[in-house]
Design a protein around this ligand. Sequence first.
Ligand SMILES: C[S@@+](CC[C@H](N)C(=O)[O-])C[C@H]1O[C@@H](n2cnc3c(N)ncnc32)[C@H](O)[C@@H]1O
Ligand SMILES: CC(C)=CCC/C(C)=C/COP(=O)(O)OP(=O)(O)O
Ligand SMILES: [Mg+2]
Length: 291
Amino acid sequence: MTTETTPALSATIPAPATPYQEDIARYWNNEARPVNLRLGDVDGLYHHHYGIGAVDHAALGDPEHREYEKKLVAELHRLESAQAELLLDHLGAVTGEDTLVDAGCGRGGSMVMAHRRFGCRVQGVTLSETQAEFGNGRARDLRIQDHVRSHVCNMLDTPFEKGSVAASWNNESTMYVDLHDLFAEHSRFLRVGGRYVTITGCWNPRYGQPSKWVSQINAHFECNIHSRREYLRAMADNRLVPQTITDLTPDTLPYWELRATSSLVTGIEEAFIESYRDGSFQYVLIAADRV
Ligand SMILES: C[S@@+](CC[C@H](N)C(=O)[O-])C[C@H]1O[C@@H](n2cnc3c(N)ncnc32)[C@H](O)[C@@H]1O
Ligand SMILES: CC(C)=CCC/C(C)=C/COP(=O)(O)OP(=O)(O)O
Ligand SMILES: [Mg+2]
């Protein structure tokens, strides 16, 4: 699907639907944190999500070495790309003829990775014009603009045709929307037998209620983190049947502990580390079948 073959896509895109969505569009239009841009500069894949996997201390070497900071940036980026690879591992059997949807696509790093892996078309939606322009600029640079396209569009109200999408995902973007509305929309455009995947942070019902750390993360990003229970309920209500649920909390802690030692800290590291450690917050992957 290119813009040429889908003229309706750009013509019918709804503007942010609520004052909250206008706030979120403004937030991401103005975002330029070095922790995201410097990591993206490593290989041109720009992410707005966190990392998983063990830290390669041998690759980092001596903290006193003048090249250490550069190696640290590369290592954090490697862990963030590993997170996206894990998400793509759960999309199922995607062919070059398929279309995928990235809901809340950020600067588009995961979309480029998906196209490279499957050769398919990838359509991304973000509320931010700046992000969509950035993602489309990267796709042009890579000469994959016929396959990878970012749109300024509300993920709850997309122009994708019913049943037209083989697989879709939210990578750390579900905490900006109502989950029932979100999964109803994925379920509408996914074909029966298609796959939905999310990697997200959620509060843990076993803890009781959102902890002070979870509240701090919400305030920091102007988002509203849901509980694990809410994900499963909203999926069940929208023909999405979980096939895999993985607790990635132990896999993401090394990323945060390493990031906390870097010069690129943003001040939110303590909240993630403490909430993951006290069990009030979990980093999870959920892959579901559209039935
Ligand atoms: C934390 S970033 C994640 C970006 C990307 N998934 C990644 O992994 O790099 C959150 C993204 O969600 C998008 N977003 C939030 N609410 C949205 C909505 N209602 N419709 C479309 N995008 C939305 C933001 O514009 C932003 O691009
Ligand atoms: C897991 C949770 C709760 C995520 C909230 C959404 C979010 C802001 C993700 C990372 O974005 P980013 O990469 O722009 O953030 P940072 O600047 O902290 O790296
Ligand atoms: Mg980041």
